[in-house]
Each structure stands twice: as C-alpha cells, then as structure tokens.
Write a protein that binds this ligand. Structure first.
Ligand SMILES: [Zn+2]
Length: 114
C-alpha cells in the first residue's frame, strides 16, 4: 500500500555510483571523459545545474580561458551511465569519450578494432 508522490523520471543518483559500491567489480568500470559545452551566457546556469546534480567537484571548467565547456573524468560501467551525470538539459550536447591507457608506445590499435 504505497502511494508514491514523487515523479520517478529523474533519478537523483546516476547508476555508476551504485555500481561503484561493488568494489570487487571495479575492473568492469571504464573511464570516460565527459565534455559538456555551454554558451558564454549560460555559465551560471551550467554551474548551478551541475552543482544541483551533485557533481560540481567532479568538473573542471574552461570558462575563464574563454572555452565554455566543463570536463570530468569519471568511472562508469558504460557510456550511458557516464552520460547520466550530465544534467539533462545539457546532455544532448555532451561528448562522452571512453579513455584507455596504452602500455607501450606502439599501441595495439589495429589488433583491437573489433
Ligand atoms: Zn562558461
């Protein structure tokens, strides 16, 4: 007998936080860089939205150098989880790039193309 009064469409916590609690599964997490652009006039709004989402300390900003973007490097289970940390109004424009480290100077790009 529960009567939910809150809308369920906007989860407060992205799923990668839930996943991160399973420390033995950390090897399943990939690293992603999130690039979220905004216009010069939207700096305050962008900062507030990310602060409201609870990720202000994750992001670094290019605004004072004239590049109105914010970047964060996070661990997530997949690209969609990574995307969820971007406030929805900026999500469409966000670029999510999976990061890898190469162990040697001659990376195995060609062998890993599939
Ligand atoms: Zn800005």
């Amino acid at each position: 007998m529960q009567a939910p009064t809150r809308p369920t469409s906007l989860p407060n916590k992205p799923m990668f936080f839930l996943g991160a609690k399973k420390s033995e599964r950390m090897s399943n997490m990939d690293r992603y860089v999130i690039e979220s652009a905004h216009t010069a006039g939207d700096c305050d709004k962008a900062v507030k939205e990310i602060a409201l989402a609870g990720f202000l300390h994750q992001f670094e900003w290019g605004c004072e150098d004239g590049v109105h973007s914010a970047w964060a490097i996070i661990e997530a289970e997949n690209r969609e989880h990574a995307r969820q940390i971007v406030p929805w109004m900026m999500r469409d424009k966000a670029r999510i790039v999976k990061l890898v480290k190469f162990e040697q100077a001659d990376p195995l790009h060609k062998n890993r193309s599939e």
